[in-house]
Write a protein that binds this ligand. Structure first.
Ligand code: 4NP
Length: 155
């Protein structure tokens, strides 16, 4: 069955839309059919495209995320998706507290699927341009690790 994945960060304009675009591209490379979206725990940017700096950094690596639009996490997401993948610990804690006690999704830290020490994808919003490339490095590692996990699981 097609697995569904929702990436979650705070604003849904930097980290989680990038993760959505990267996982979509990498899953296609592996011929894996997935349903992938992203959302934010905050509502400040609902309806907005991703941050222009992230659109540019992603495009430099061949990922077009310009068509994506921000939305807020909804209660139905806790039943619709198989995985809610949090970009940092605060996002994960927020999901655990707003989610209904009975839920069918797995709420995980995205980088726990990546090789490496980092567990959190740092928020690049208030930083410099380098922060966006560093976030994409982490997301690309996380995406490969997560797809390996799904492949292992389906064997
Ligand atoms: P994101 O970054 O969670 O990676 O989308 C942020 C974007 C905007 C804000 C915070 C984080 N904000 O406070 O507006």
């Amino acid at each position: 069955m097609t697995k569904s994945i929702l990436f979650v960060c705070l604003g849904n304009i930097c980290r989680s839309p990038a993760a959505e675009g990267v996982l979509r591209a990498k899953s296609r490379e592996r011929d894996m059919k997935l349903f992938i979206e992203s959302a934010g725990t905050g509502a400040w940017h609902v309806g907005d495209p991703p941050d222009a700096r992230m659109i540019k950094a992603a495009a430099q690596r061949g990922y077009d995320i310009s068509h994506q639009r921000a939305r807020k996490v909804e209660l139905s997401d806790f039943h619709t998706f198989d995985y809610l993948l949090a970009m940092d610990l605060a996002n994960q804690t927020d999901l655990l507290s707003i989610g209904p006690p009975k839920r069918t999704c797995d709420i995980r830290l995205f980088l726990d699927f990546a090789e490496g020490e980092e567990r959190e994808t740092p928020d690049p919003y208030y930083g410099g341009v380098d922060g966006f490339a560093q976030v994409l490095d982490l997301i690309e590692k996380g995406a490969e690790g997560f797809l390996d996990h799904l492949e292992d699981e389906s064997e």
